[in-house]
Design a protein around this ligand. Structure first.
Ligand SMILES: [Fe+2]
Length: 268
């Protein structure tokens, strides 16, 4: 691909990223932010340049399947019904197909397909487990979650950097590869790691005169994400193995169903 076509292709991916961000209701550029965080992680794992390139492209289009499906419930502030959740879980496969249509490589297509796989094997669509999930997809899962937690969406305010780091730690060895979480917690000096909750507070504190608001100020301090208000965990607290895995189906346990529902709603 010559340089002009390459630039046009990158421009197309950035447009897809922006359109998907808008569909998902993120207050700020989400997919590009994920691409930057994911690439920083990829470098700590010494990923080859072609793998880093695939990861960056996958980050830009990872939720293209949601935009293609265009379901109202993606943006509604409520728990999803079972059938909606099943439908929502099709978005990585639809995204894989759409990535193929857009001319992206098979490597990128598969990263899109596997960006919701969980370390403990309970993710979707293929329920891959641990190292059966490619490292780049495990990195994408961590970067996507952190960026989602720390940005505003219509139904969920951004949490602080510390709360998001604690969340990743608590779900390490369950949803996330613990080695990727450790690498993430060691990242520093990356502007994309700042939470928009904190940026907003700083802007409010330092503004001498009213400045144009780039996003809405929350009326309350409450969030829907149940993160305990304890101190931030250290790297050494990350479990190497997953705790016992609940095996009931979501229908069999209403309490678990509600927890899973909230979880999926946060990260669909
Ligand atoms: Fe997704």
């Amino acid at each position: 691909m010559d340089s002009i076509l390459k630039a046009e292709f990158e421009e197309k991916l950035l447009k897809i990223a922006a359109a998907t961000d808008e569909f998902e209701g993120y207050a700020h550029a989400h997919a590009v932010r994920i691409a930057v965080i994911a690439d920083a992680l990829a470098q700590t794992f010494n990923l080859a340049s072609h793998d880093r390139f695939s990861l960056q492209q996958a980050a830009l289009v990872h939720d293209i399947g949601e935009a293609v499906m265009n379901r109202e419930y993606f943006r509604e502030n409520r728990l999803l019904r079972i059938e909606e959740r099943v439908d929502m879980q099709r978005h990585p496969v639809i995204g894989e197909q759409e990535a193929a249509k857009q001319g992206l490589s098979r490597a990128v297509q598969l990263l899109v397909r596997w960006h919701h796989e969980w370390w403990n094997g309970t993710g979707y669509p293929d329920a891959l487990e641990q190292e059966f999930i490619p490292l780049a997809a495990r990195i994408l899962r961590v970067a996507d979650t952190y960026a989602a937690l720390t940005d505003d969406r219509p139904y969920k305010k951004a949490v602080s950097k510390e709360e998001a780091r604690k969340y990743l730690t608590e779900w390490a060895a369950i949803e996330f590869d613990p080695k990727v979480v450790k690498a993430f917690l060691a990242l520093e000096n990356l502007p994309e790691l700042a939470s928009y909750a904190e940026r907003e507070e700083k802007q409010t504190e330092t503004a001498a005169t009213p400045a144009p608001q780039t996003f809405e100020t929350p009326e309350t301090e409450t969030t829907e994400t149940a993160i305990p208000e304890t101190s931030e965990p250290t790297v050494s607290e990350i479990p190497e193995t997953a705790p016992p895995e609940p095996k009931e189906t979501v229908e069999e346990n209403s309490e678990q169903n509600a927890a899973y529902s909230q979880f999926w709603d946060n990260y669909k």
